[in-house]
Every structure is written in C-alpha cells, then in structure tokens.
Ligand binder design. Structure first.
Ligand code: GTP
Ligand code: MG
Length: 203
C-alpha cells in the first residue's frame, strides 16, 4: 500500500468506547517499549503520529490511526512493564482482551518482539491466543539496528523456535530507526490485504 494519508482517529480506554467503523483493523501488540508506536510511525512515514518515547508505558490507551481512509492501524497498550502497579496492569490486560474479543474488524495482528530478547510468557500467551482465534498474524523482531545482521538472524530463529511458529512463517526483522525491513513488512501486510479484497491495492 502506498500511504497517501494517515491521521489520528481516536483513543479509548475500554471496549465500550471503541469507534464505530467498517474499516478493517491491523493491531500492533507487544510488551511495553518494544517499539509498537515507532513501528507504526515508520510504516506510515511519519515522525511522531503515534506517540513513542523512551519513558516506558507511553501508550496506555488503544489508539486508532486511519490509513488512506481504507484501514485502521491500532496501537495497543504494551504489557509486561514491571514498574506499573498490579491494578494498573490488570486494567491494561482487560482492555487488550476486551478489544481482541469484541472486534470483528480485527483481521491482522502484528506481534512485536525485541530482537535482543526471547519471547516472554505474555508474548507466548498472546501468540497462542492469536492462533486459537484463527487470526492472521505477522511476527516482527524490532530494533534490528541494535545488533549485527548475523545476531539478528540467530535471534529471529530463536524467537521462531520459542513461539513454535510454523516452518513457513517468517520473523520479519525491522528497524524503525534505520527503516530497514520496513518495505518487506509492508509487502507482507499487503499480501493479507490482497487476500481480503481479492484484488491488489496497488499496481
Ligand atoms: N534503536 C532503536 N530504537 C527504537 C526502535 N524502535 C523503537 N525504539 C525506541 O524504543 C523506545 C520505545 O519505543 P516505542 O515505540 O515508544 O515503544 P512502544 O512499544 O510503543 O511502548 P509502549 O507504548 O510503552 O507500549 C523509544 O525510545 C524508541 O525510540 C528501533 O527500531 N531502533
Ligand atoms: Mg507506544
């Protein structure tokens, strides 16, 4: 997809506030600080449309972004940030679960894992949930600029093994910093959009 226009739509804290819309949704999920908001910005060619930051726990709401008046990107709150209180953590878990359970528009999940880390228990739970729900998904290893190419490949293989991904499923190594891997990730996202519509979005 060639991004001609992207804009913030709305933020919500609970499933009851989710916007009414017929657009298909692509949701970005992963632990806090993994780089969800930065990846959304990189995919949209924007600097700070999705607010990102070094302070962990930046995105506490579900944020919706309109892409070309065609689809919505959904920036989900990060999980697994140790310094938030248990009750706050429960609220986050609830928001994510509610969204995942009630949203028929959701058709593609992008699961982000830091290329320097092994998948956490929460990552594995989310992955298993995605598979059980029969959702399409893409696994992305973030911050690829932090390691050498060979280390990235080795760690991506570990992520694949730890999550028990099917043999034909690729882990996409990207960097929001250098934009490496972003065109390849767009190609993969497009392949799901094509399948949904039955015809290509771009020529
Ligand atoms: N070097 C490098 N840093 C990155 C990359 N992507 C994100 N970061 C940094 O990692 C930090 C967290 O990025 P965010 O995009 O805010 O992460 P997030 O997953 O949205 O975090 P929450 O909203 O807290 O869940 C920021 O300081 C980013 O600049 C990347 O590809 N390379
Ligand atoms: Mg964020």
């Amino acid at each position: 997809m060639i991004v001609k226009k992207s804009e913030f739509v709305t933020s919500c804290i609970s499933a009851s506030q989710l916007p009414e819309s017929d657009f298909l949704e692509i949701a970005f999920a992963g632990r806090s600080n993994v780089g969800k908001s930065s990846l959304i910005n990189a995919l949209l060619g924007r600097k700070n449309l999705a607010r990102s930051g070094s302070r962990q726990g930046m995105t506490r709401l579900i944020n919706f972004y309109d892409v070309n008046n065609e689809i919505h990107f959904v920036d989900l709150p990060g999980y697994g940030y140790a310094k938030v209180s248990k009750s706050e953590m429960d609220v986050w878990g609830k928001v994510i679960t509610e969204y995942l359970n009630v949203r028929p528009q959701l058709y593609l999940m992008i699961l982000l894992i830091d290329v320097r880390r092994e998948p956490s228990e929460a990552d594995k739970m989310l992955y298993n949930w995605i598979v059980a729900a029969g959702l399409d998904y893409i696994v992305v290893a973030t911050k690829g600029d932090k390691l050498s190419r060979s280390e990235c490949l080795k760690n991506a293989a570990t992520i694949k093994r730890e999550l028990s991904l099917p043999a034909d499923k690729k882990v996409f190594i990207v960097s929001a910093e250098t934009k490496k891997g972003i065109p390849e990730l767009w190609e993969e996202i497009d392949s799901f959009i094509v399948e949904e519509d039955g015809e290509p979005e771009t020529v």
